[in-house]
Design a protein around this ligand. Sequence first.
Ligand SMILES: C[S@@+](CC[C@H](N)C(=O)[O-])C[C@H]1O[C@@H](n2cnc3c(N)ncnc32)[C@H](O)[C@@H]1O
Length: 264
Amino acid sequence: MSASKDSGNAPMSSFLATSALRAARQKAAAIAASGEHRQFVEMVRKRFPNSSSVPYEVLQRDYLRIVDHHLEHLLPQLQRYITPATRRVLDFGCGSGGSAIALCMVFPDVQCQGTDIDPEQIEVARERARLYGVADRCEFRHVAENQPLPFPDGAFDLSQCSSVLEYVLDTDVRTFCVREMVRTVANGGLLFFSVPNRIYPFEIHKRKWGWNYFPQRLGATIIDSSYWEIRKLALPSILRLHNTARVQLIRPWTNFCLKKVRAQ
Ligand SMILES: C[S@@+](CC[C@H](N)C(=O)[O-])C[C@H]1O[C@@H](n2cnc3c(N)ncnc32)[C@H](O)[C@@H]1O
């Protein structure tokens, strides 16, 4: 199990990490300007006819150029937790593959498994991985909600989950999601979360004050989460905050990493 070994657990030097990220951004920009990307956009438009009603900037950011978006915003947060020993990564709720693909572009030794409950997104994720040249290291699987993930205990060195839990409204399902992530990460392995913060008084998606404190009464379609909630849902497994500045825990959008120190 690579995550629990001491050797190779130091993060990549910031110089190497910055240059790998810069190279990946340049590659993603070149792909976005290519004929193959235009064909990919056509495929997305045919698959999702309603996408033409989505504002252009939102469609670009959340869908057509989501790899660029994650290279710009997610990877600078995530990359500090990737060490030379990080090989097997789970992207829980991978959507159309942007985060898994961005990660594999920056870290050539990483093998990523993306899972999502939406089969259409999984199909697009596979096409996108081919387009960005990482299909040999990025596998995407459709999974059923509330069914165990198709991986054994401790299969991953790191699990990452970005912008997913706020859409999982049912507390039982939310608990199940967190416990499956914890189960499939090795002892000593890491869990990275990127989620709008439940303790912050302003909800980012809804753009409403107070929403985070009374979501059910306000007819929630989004429920934010927090470091404290995820630790609680993981019990009796014990997660400990790992190399995360405390200020991250109170930001409106919180990015934090937990180490699995004891399995249930
Ligand atoms: C906003 S997207 C984020 C996609 C991806 N993580 C990213 O950052 O690009 C939210 C994703 O969570 C997935 N999702 C929602 N509930 C889920 C559940 N119970 N298990 C797994 N995925 C779920 C949705 O299908 C959707 O693809």
